[in-house]
Ligand binder design. Structure first.
Ligand code: GZL
Length: 387
């Protein structure tokens, strides 16, 4: 830049000298001086702009360097930083899911886990994800309380360059995540329906009048289980007397069942609870109302999750059949992260296997969409090995 200024001044001075030697002395002198002055002003102005640009570039570069240094410092602990926005602590299933994640994403395994229990509050869950973005974690894991309302915050994660892995429940209004690891809830619902059809036929039960205590409304687990069971019920001409949410909790299950016992006294022979904790509450309500349930009694009690306590109630002859939803997806999620750390593309969807449980007398052959199903007899060993 300096060379340019010097060049302009010299050429202007040479022009002034030349013009001063020829007639029109005064005017030429003034014209040349003005030209030189303007040229110098333009050059200085350009130099100022250039310097400002240079300074701005230097500052931006400095910021990038600082950011990179901060990033480096952040991961300089050598750990993979993972933010996990968990649904809450509403059930035995959730407890097992949380423990699985905390065991897998431990410092000993090379992770720094930022865990947030969102207490079944969707707003809190979105806030937790935004905090993970501010903390510039390396990966974000979400178990979405409900299936919708996600695209805005997932776009923010995408713009921040932070990969999102969805675990367990599904997100239905955005595809801005790298992988989903979980169970097939519609299949779980169909399994309960197809098993009930086969069990009723094997036991000479010709009429089904069912009550359903559903999970958290709008969660993919609730939607899939309700849709799957209802698909079989509609096909078989069963009556679903009522369906109300127990929000996947024991208290919720008890409150709904107390209401059902009053409203449908003597009218129902099947109760479907969309998780074991609701079944625990429903059993308390039926005990208090003098309703007998379990194999050989008035009511067939069906449950989902097949947590340890649920299988204990199967073994005790209280729950007739329990349809598992495997909560131990964390090792699979860790595999997704390790693949990405190695520069590999992760699988977009990874199903974790589920099993169907009952006592020997309630084990019957059934199919789901033409696929023969295997049931697991509940024994002390099976219970011991459960999550
Ligand atoms: C299902 C999971 C459900 C469980 C409930 O994958 O999201 O949420 O069935 C839990 O126990 O509350």
């Amino acid at each position: 830049m300096k060379k340019k200024i010097i060049g302009v001044v010299l050429s202007g001075a040479m022009a002034a000298t030349f013009l001063a030697g020829c007639g029109q002395q005064q005017q030429a002198q003034q014209a040349a001086e003005q030209q030189v002055q303007q040229a110098v002003e333009d050059a200085v102005a350009e130099a100022v702009v250039d310097q400002a640009v240079e300074d701005a570039v230097d500052e931006a570069v400095a910021e990038e360097v600082v950011d990179a240094a901060v990033d480096a410092a952040a991961s300089s602990d050598g750990l993979i930083h993972v933010g996990f926005a968990q649904v809450g602590h509403e059930s035995d299933w959730r407890t097992a899911s949380t423990k699985s994640c905390q065991d897998v994403f431990s410092e000993a395994n090379g992770y720094n886990l930022d865990f947030v229990d969102c207490d079944n509050d969707s707003a809190a869950q979105l806030e937790a994800v935004r905090t993970f973005i501010q903390n510039d974690v390396d990966y974000i894991i979400i178990d979405p309380i409900v299936s919708t309302g996600w695209d805005t915050v997932l776009t923010e994660c995408d713009e921040a360059g932070i990969p999102v892995i969805v675990i367990d429940r599904t997100i239905d209004d955005s595809d801005k995540y790298v992988s989903w690891v979980g169970s097939d809830f519609l299949t779980e619902g169909k399994a309960a329906g197809e098993w009930l059809k086969a069990y009723a036929e094997a036991n000479g039960i010709n009429e089904i009048n069912a009550l359903v205590i559903s999970g958290s409304t709008g969660s993919s687990a609730q939607i899939g289980r309700s849709d799957g069971f209802r698909e079989v019920a509609d096909r078989e001409g069963w009556t679903i007397l009522d369906e109300q949410t127990g929000d996947f909790t024991e208290d919720g299950g008890q409150q709904v069942m107390e209401s059902f016992c009053k409203s449908y006294d003597g009218q129902f022979n099947v109760v479907v609870c969309q998780n074991d904790n609701e079944a625990f509450g429903a059993m308390t309500a039926m005990d208090n109302a003098g309703v007998s349930y379990g194999p050989g009694n008035d009511v067939i009690l069906i449950s989902f999750d097949a947590c340890t306590a649920g299988l204990e109630d199967v073994k005790a002859g209280k729950i007739t059949a329990d349809f598992e939803c495997n909560p131990l997806a964390a090792p699979t999620v860790a595999g997704v992260i390790e693949a990405m750390e190695a520069g590999e593309a992760p699988e977009a969807e990874i199903l974790v296997p589920d099993n169907w449980y009952a006592l020997a007398d309630a084990i019957v052959d059934f199919e789901i969409d033409g696929v023969p199903q295997t049931m697991t007899e509940v024994t002390d060993e099976v219970i011991e090995a459960q999550y």
